[in-house]
Structure formats: C-alpha cells, structure tokens
Design a protein around this ligand. Sequence first.
Ligand code: DAH
Length: 340
Amino acid sequence: MEQKINSIAEEVKSFSIASKETLENFRLKFISKKGMVPSLFDELKQATADEKKKVGKLLNDLKQLAEAKFKSAQEELENAPSETATNIDLSLPVVPNKLGNQHPLSLTRYRIVEVFERLGFSLADGPEIEDDEHNFTALNFPLNHPAREMQDTFFVEKNPDILLRTHTSNVQIRLMKKQKPPIRAIMPGRVFRNEAISARAHCFFHQVEGLYVDKNVGFADLKQTLYHFAQEMYGKDIKIRYRPSFFPFTEPSAEIDISCLICKGKGCNICKHSGWVEIAGSGMVHPNVLRNCGIDPEEYTGFAFGMGIERVTQLLFQVNDLRLYSENDIRFLKQFKPVV
Ligand code: DAH
C-alpha cells in the first residue's frame, strides 16, 4: 500500500492544471468521493492495525497534498483575467471621461467679449485689490462724496486706503494712464461689495467694463454699440432704452435697460413687473476723468459702460437667484452648454 500511495503522490505532483476543465478532472481523479485518495482511505479500513499505523500518516499527507494543489490552482484560475477580459479590442475608442463644463458666467463672459472683439475692442485686465485713487478718486469721486456710499466697500487697509475694487471702472483709469487714444477696450472681472447675500445681491459679482476714447466719439456711438451688442446677445427683437442717471465718472450718464426676455415685456419677477431689465450703467467719460489720466478733453471724448455679467446671464439662462452662481452645486452647473 505504501508503494501505491507514493506513486499516487507522484501523479498528483505531476498533474498539470491549466484550465477550469483540467482542475475539475484533477478533482474527480483524486479528491472527489470516488477519487483515488478517498478510495485509499476505504482500503485502509481493511488493513491490519500495524499497517494502519505505518501508512496512516502517509495517506494523510497525500490527502493534504492533493487538496492544497487543488486549492491553489483554483485560486490562480479565479484571479486570472477572464477570457472576455483578454479579448478586449484595444482599437476601440475609449469611453470618454466626463469633463466638467464651463461655468454659466464664463460662458456669458466669452460671448460678451466675442461680440465686442468683433467691433474692434481689445481685452484688458486690472487688479481686484485696488487703491483708492484708481477705484474712486481718479474716477471723479471727490473725497467724502456720498456717491462713494453707493458702493459699500471692503477695505483691506486704511490710510492709505487699499480696497477690493467695487467695480471694473478701475481698469479704465489704468488703461488711460498707460495708453493714449484711440482706446477701445473691454475689461471683464470680479468686483466686491459689502452687501448682505440674498437672491438679488451678493458680496461679489462680475462686470464687464467698456471704454472707447477717440476724436469725435459721441453718445450716438454709445447707443448704437450697445444696441448692436444686445441684438447679438439676445436676438433682433430685443428692445433697448436709456434712462438718465448719475455716475461721477460720466456726464451725461444713463442706465441701459433691455426688454425682459422672460415675460416678453408683460411683467414678471425678474423685471419687477416693469417689462424692462437693467443690464448696464453708461455715459460719456467725464472731462475730469480724462484730465486725471493725462488726456485732453478738448481733443478727445469717449463713452464708457459697466455691465453686470450675472444680469446678462440671468436673461440668457433664466436663473433668478444670484447665490446659485457661487454655491458650486453640480446639479446647477452641469446644465449649461455653450449657446451658439
Ligand atoms: N461702475 C458702475 C457701477 O458699478 C457702472 C458704470 C456706470 C460703469 C457708468 C461705467 C459707466 O463705465 O460709464 O455701478
């Protein structure tokens, strides 16, 4: 019997298991109920006590050997890549990764910039942390003038005053100080005001400033430029109106309204039931502002405007709560696709 056990042990060792099929064959041959190892145990029952002693351990070793080989081969086969996995067609295009999309305010900003670039405006940029001179004084806000209070300011430092710019008009000054007319530029950016956050107000928002300074620039140029912009942005049916207003840096000054696209002029929450929505402040650049920047107001005139990007976006996408733009809620953000 000893010899038999040894030869079966050799067989177990040399049996090659390369697939699930051969694994099953191995099991049937050696360890299943009717396999060789259990039948050796049956044989052992008939053996004499002496023999039992002698071969019992050998037989147990054989059983362990066969079971261990089965188990490790089984694990190996399970971890091996499945046939379908090895059959992957590497020439197929990959499943695209989900990329994020552009923020609705960026989409609007790109569109605004695009319209003005086609009109020959160039792009300019200025700092968000600004000094009093560029945010107020050079823009003809006299010291202690109440107009400063229209723009509740976040101060970074006092005396000399450093602040978060309250509008993009600071870039007008920076541009006119370093570049002589003709100047035709648009200046998008983030601005900050100390306002309680609600659906209609936020402590930061975005503007696009526009400036055109040259010989013989008149109010008609301002009107036509912004009318063209509104039509490009919202379609040919859009209506536009100018309401007299006041800004220290323009004279005369006007607020620009466009007809409400949401209710088509009938009156709704967004237009406060007036049928009109304000999108920008504008006017002819005040002679003092030109002078503050070293430009002779006798020789040059200009128009300027400051447009709220959130407002323009609201009318494009009908979003009526300002807070949504900065909450980073993916359910909101993923809805916006470029408008072509
Ligand atoms: N800076 C103004 C504001 O934030 C908007 C504005 C009005 C800008 C008239 C201009 C302008 O350039 O000409 O309220």
